[in-house]
Design a protein around this ligand. Structure first.
Ligand code: NAD
Length: 285
């Protein structure tokens, strides 16, 4: 099924990145958010990021204007999702919120539309079960920052059918991304492997094995990681890391995923990483 029109629900960090790559790849996009100011900020971010690509001569002025011209906004799912081929949801990582959004999408999106979620850790199978079309529900887990990162982790729920998986693969490739298919288990592959490493780095810091700079240097220079695990945790947001570890711990029932007490302490202090100016490292405002 050819996909030419996309709705992205949520205009935040991930939503505006997804809208950006869709529009830059020639798709018509409707960005939907509850708040008009979130939509305005989302569009401004897309404009700024396209401007950076223009400055680096990766796109032309005409391509930038054409991409911006393909982005519409809406504050209502009933309007925004009414005539699209796929919806990609990127609202905050709260299960009940996602369930209610998918119930509304199931009511308002056309019957043929695929309903995809960018969730980092919530079960696609459970989200799908809230709709009358579980075979058309799938995970499209983009990485941050979306315009830069190549991976889309395609997550098949228990009921996802082959046509939906195929169409989602093709869309990811059309966006210039590399899709990798995985099955629906807590944390999928990306966070199942990444979060225990970050958690272990926090334990190493708490136990005084080394300071934050040294832990990051060892993993960067010794293991060829582009950035150390504590710098990466600051980038993702320490509250997000804690949330994902809690999902892994609860859903897999294994103590190896127990969040480090030091991570809890930082989150309790409001030291959330880059976004709050302080995490394991300090950042200029
Ligand atoms: P964000 O907080 O930056 O953006 C969320 C947006 O959703 C906000 O603009 C908010 O106004 C909007 N929103 C809230 N309720 C809504 C509703 N009922 N209807 C429509 N819009 C609503 O969050 P984010 O970082 O973009 O994360 C979105 C999703 O992407 C989450 O599921 C997260 O786990 C996942 N994710 C995040 C990252 C990351 O690094 N930030 C990476 C991969 C996946």
């Amino acid at each position: 099924m050819p996909i030419s029109k996309v709705a992205v629900v949520g205009g935040g960090t991930m939503g505006n990145g997804i809208a950006h790559v869709c529009a830059a790849s020639g798709l018509e996009v409707v960005m939907i958010d509850v708040a008009q100011d979130a939509l305005d900020r989302g569009v401004a971010t897309i404009e700024r990021n396209l401007g950076r690509q223009l400055a680096k001569e990766r796109i032309t002025e005409a391509e930038m204007q054409a991409a911006l011209g393909r982005i519409a906004t809406s504050t209502a799912i009933a309007d925004g999702a009414a005539d699209v081929d796929i919806v990609i949801e990127a609202v905050p990582e709260k299960a009940e919120l996602k369930y209610s959004i998918f119930e509304a999408l199931d009511e308002h999106a056309p019957d043929h539309a695929i309903l995809a979620s960018n969730t980092s850790s919530i079960s696609i199978t459970e989200i799908a079960a809230r709709t009358g079309r579980p075979e058309q529900v799938i995970g499209m887990h983009f990485m941050n920052p979306v315009p830069v990162m190549k991976l889309v982790e395609i997550v098949r729920g228990l009921a996802t059918d082959d046509a939906t998986a195929q169409a989602t693969h093709e869309l990811s490739e059309a966006l210039g991304k590399t899709p990798v298919e995985v099955n629906d288990f807590p944390g999928f592959v990306s966070n199942r492997v990444l979060m225990p490493m970050i958690n272990e780095a926090v334990f190493a810091l708490m136990e005084g094995v080394a300071d934050a700079e040294a832990i990051d240097q060892v993993m960067k220079l010794g293991m060829a990681h582009p950035m150390g695990p504590l710098t990466l945790a600051d980038l993702i947001g320490l509250d997000t890391c804690l949330n994902i570890l809690e999902v892994l711990h609860r859903e897999l029932g294994d103590d190896r995923y127990r969040p480090c007490p030091l991570l809890r302490k930082y989150v309790a202090a409001g030291w959330l990483g880059r976004k709050s100016g302080r995490g394991f490292h300090r950042y200029d405002p």
